[in-house]
Design a protein around this ligand. Structure first.
Ligand code: FAD
Length: 402
């Protein structure tokens, strides 16, 4: 796709990356009556073929182990179910959450204790998680083999699949109509002022230079490369995650929760006798930005045997489609990095979402738009995710990472 030139030589906000995080931020900015600046979104591949947003499994859950992550997903549920109201637009269709729930299974006392501890936090944050004994799980979901299972944890309120693509499409449409400019181009250089404490301009692959008030790094798995353009180290790397969609010869007689097997393999309902499984290789190295090759042995040797052991009806299945995508994997704690750089204050992070960025995008876009407008958060305080914790090497302990 040929590069497009920006209409102006200067913007109040330049968002680098037009995936769900960039789109959400641009959309919240465009809707904020206190913000009347010019916004440019630079996207190197407007087909989004390799973006994490296009490879997502598009689920949300309330089952996190930190109250802040629970609250972020609660806002996601409200945002998705009331998208038209949030976007102030009657054309927006009504979306629903397919509430099959996430079923975490524990096969050791230590894992069961983690589920019990998470359950307390989730309840105090208002999530409807239930702990289930193996007998209770067997009664509610007779298709599981549960000989090794001590405890399960599930929540069927605002937990399951949602149409992330529709949210993404509408956010881009609404923000464009409100004047946000999206261009097909790549940011290749960030230039600082003489003091080195602000980004003055971005240079595009086409050679043009654009002056900027503030910039947002929303470049997904390429976030570390973008930060490096400003001389900033960011512990985010591309890690491969594989997805398989398959049909079962004999479909299950009731919806399959997004089941997180103790092995780490997960499998869920899609619709009408089709299911989706996800996993990664045990070694899990950082990969090249353009490496999306499948690992067929992972399916045959590990994923299929694991899900067929857990759900014996899945002995007879047929893969329909499969893909590899990249997590933007934060090696410190697999959690978000948001807010301004402590020294280069007009450089904002929106990075490191690992496997939960789609559901976090409404709260993250809203919070980033607030910071860009007011220099502070007005709704949910996201400062726990700021870069200072990276510098201090103080991870956020989130035990429910998939
Ligand atoms: C297999 C898989 C399953 C997942 N399942 C879930 C799930 O069920 N639920 C959930 O909440 N999350 C899930 N996620 C995570 C979620 O999809 C991501 O966290 C989210 O999409 C990240 O969005 P993003 O905008 O940060 O990144 P991206 O979607 O990758 O967008 C970044 C954009 O930046 C552009 N870009 C990069 N560098 C430049 C540059 N220099 N100049 C211009 N443009 C640039 C890229 O082209 C890209 O389009 C999953 C991810 C994967 C891979």
């Amino acid at each position: 796709m040929s590069a497009q030139s920006p209409k102006n030589s200067s913007y109040d906000i330049v968002i680098i990356g037009g995936g769900i995080m960039g789109a959400s931020t641009a959309c919240f900015l465009s809707q904020n009556k206190d913000f009347n600046g010019k916004v440019l979104v630079v996207e190197r591949d407007p087909t989004y073929e390799f973006a994490s947003t296009s490879h997502t499994n598009s689920c949300m859950r309330q089952q996190f182990s930190t109250a802040l992550n629970v609250r972020i997903s609660q806002f996601a549920a409200d945002y998705v179910k009331n998208l038209g109201r949030h976007l102030c637009d009657s054309r927006v269709p009504q979306l629903a959450i397919q509430n099959f729930g996430y079923m975490y299974l524990a096969d050791t006392e230590a894992r069961a204790d983690v589920l019990r501890a998470n359950h307390k936090i989730q309840h105090s944050a208002g999530a409807a998680t239930q702990l289930m004994t193996a007998d209770e799980i067997a009664a509610a979901y007779p298709f599981y083999a549960l000989d090794d299972i001590l405890l399960g944890s599930i929540n069927t309120v605002d937990e399951g699949f949602f149409d992330g693509q529709a949210v993404f499409d509408w956010q881009r449409r609404i923000s464009r109509e409100a004047g946000v400019e999206y261009i097909s181009n790549e940011v290749v250089t960030l230039t600082k002022n003489a003091a080195g404490n602000r980004i003055e301009s971005v240079t595009l692959a086409s050679g043009e230079t654009v002056a900027c008030g503030q910039i947002v790094n929303a470049t997904g798995p390429r976030a570390a490369r973008t930060a490096a353009m400003a001389g900033i180290a960011l512990p985010v790397e591309p890690r491969k995650r594989f997805t398989w969609v398959f049909a079962a010869a004999t479909p299950l007689d009731r919806p399959l929760p997004l089941t997180i097997d103790p092995s780490g393999v997960h499998v869920r309902e899609v619709s009408g006798g089709t299911y989706m499984a996800g996993a990664h290789t045990e070694e899990d190295p950082a990969v090249a930005y353009d490496d999306f090759t499948m690992d067929h042995s992972l399916w045959e040797d590990h994923v299929w045997p694991t899900i067929a052991t857990r759900i014996p009806q899945f002995e007879a299945i047929k893969v329909i489609t499969e893909w590899a995508g990249h997590y933007a994997y934060n090696t410190l704690d697999q959690n978000a990095v948001t807010g301004p750089h402590p020294e280069v204050g007009n450089f904002l992070f929106l990075n490191g979402f690992s496997g939960h960025g789609l559901q976090q995008s409404p709260a993250m876009g809203r919070g980033t738009a607030e910071w860009l407008t007011y220099g502070a958060y007005r709704s949910l305080d996201l400062s726990a995710f700021h870069y200072e914790r990276i510098l201090a090497n103080e991870p956020i302990l989130e035990r429910a990472v998939i």
